[in-house]
Design a protein around this ligand. Structure first.
Ligand code: PLP
Length: 387
């Protein structure tokens, strides 16, 4: 049985080896500290779980879900954007409920990319952008995100023959893995760039609510965003709901309608009881989100203090629950291996997110404070304090 060419075209995951090694150590009973996975350790807030419990007992939610998602959930999303970002989104035509942001991001190129079309993909980045491009028959053209450019792509460096074939530009701020934020001027520049070259802007806002001081600029709040843009968002990170699989796409009506068309042929939507819980998440009390931000901020400060003492280079994150750190040695796979083998700590080698990630490690602060402190202690024992 021969796998399809498109499946064979997918590059291997560069962090597979680290994850295999981690599993082996855990099976041997080693106490591994896992800064690897970007999956919140905190539980889903109780009021959301309660809403789900009630909804699951209602037989009217036991059927196939409505295609675009429950009207009431789409209205809750629209109200949320108006209240939090001052953005008007029509719940009827400009929102499509997703089985998590990943699902929408992965299916979107199937709606717009033909064989050989180019998709502009930042790197280092969440791997789904370039992998879904390849699955849809397109060619990713990578835009390096470099520290000297504040981890923003430089559109002026893209050759004109690429621009003429480019269909989609993916952007993600607050950014995984670099933790960078995008300022308003950059988003304006990205929108006018896309308008000039007839490119769709697919904006991934999965970490939009995880910030510590200033709130990140909302993409859809920028003039003209809706003319060319679609935003992907999710309940996963904001409400610790990664396992529930619920998110949405919102923005340009035509883009939403095309994504819905693809989805109609693939999936049958999100269990409606989960959407009811989603309404509670977006419309219910928001103290849980504030508390979550405080917890991640405290963890960030503890971790940053420890990394500073090691003398390792990093930028203090303004948001997300990651820290993008320049390790002791440049070869990030080697560095992650040493970290795992000699201190039993998992961090993701930066090169796994793209070649410009070489030299970095991504630490995810989705573990309790005492584990972060223990992790820092182990690293200090191995490398010693430089400051
Ligand atoms: C940048 C980014 N976008 C999207 C997602 C996926 O979110 P969801 O759980 O809604 O599929 C993730 C998950 O790690 C992510 O890091």
């Amino acid at each position: 049985m021969e796998e399809s060419k498109r499946l064979k075209k997918l590059p291997p995951y560069l962090f597979d080896e680290i994850l295999k090694k981690k599993k082996e150590l855990i099976e041997k009973g080693v106490d591994v500290i896992d800064f690897g996975v970007g999956d919140p350790d905190l539980p889903t807030p109780a009021h959301i779980v309660e809403a789900m419990k009630k909804a699951v007992e209602n037989p009217s939610y036991h059927h196939y879900p409505l295609r675009k998602g429950l009207k009431e959930f789409r209205k809750a999303i629209s109200d949320y954007y108006r209240k939090n970002h001052g953005v008007d989104i029509d719940p009827e035509r400009e929102i499509c409920v997703l089985i998590g942001a990943k699902e929408g991001i992965a299916h979107f190129p199937f709606a717009y990319v033909n064989e050989g079309d180019i998709v502009l993909v930042p790197e280092p980045a969440y791997p789904v952008y370039h992998r879904s491009t390849i699955l849809a028959g397109g060619e990713p053209y990578f835009l390096p995100l470099l520290e000297e450019n504040d981890f923003l792509p430089q559109f002026e460096k893209i050759p004109s023959e690429i621009l003429s074939k480019a269909k989609i530009l993916y952007l993600n701020y607050p950014n995984n893995p670099t933790t960078a934020f995008a300022k308003e001027e950059f988003l304006k520049e990205a929108i006018s760039f896309c308008k000039k070259y007839g490119i769709i802007l697919a904006y991934d806002a999965a970490y939009s609510e995880i910030y510590f001081d200033e709130k990140p600029v909302s993409f859809l709040s920028i003039d003209g965003a809706k003319d060319i843009g679609i935003e992907f968002n999710t309940l996963s990170k904001t409400y610790n709901m990664t396992g529930w699989r619920i998110g949405w796409a919102c923005g340009n009506e035509r883009l939403i309608s095309s994504l819905c068309k693809i989805k109609e042929n693939i999936d049958t939507g999100v269990f409606e009881a989960i959407q009811i819980a989603g309404i509670e998440a977006l419309s219910g009390p928001q103290d849980c989100v504030k508390e979550m931000r405080n917890i991640y901020k405290k963890r960030r400060d503890i971790f940053a203090e420890g990394i500073r003492k090691l003398g390792w280079d990093f930028r203090l994150p303004k948001g997300t629950f990651y820290v993008w750190v320049k390790g002791e040695i440049k070869d990030s796979i080697k560095m992650a291996k040493i970290l795992l083998e000699e201190t039993n700590i998992v961090a993701i080698p930066g090169v796994g997110f793209g070649p410009s990630g070489e030299g970095y490690l991504r630490f995810s602060l989705t573990i309790p404070e005492d584990r972060i402190i223990e992790g820092i202690k182990r690293m200090e024992e191995k490398w010693g304090r430089k400051k």
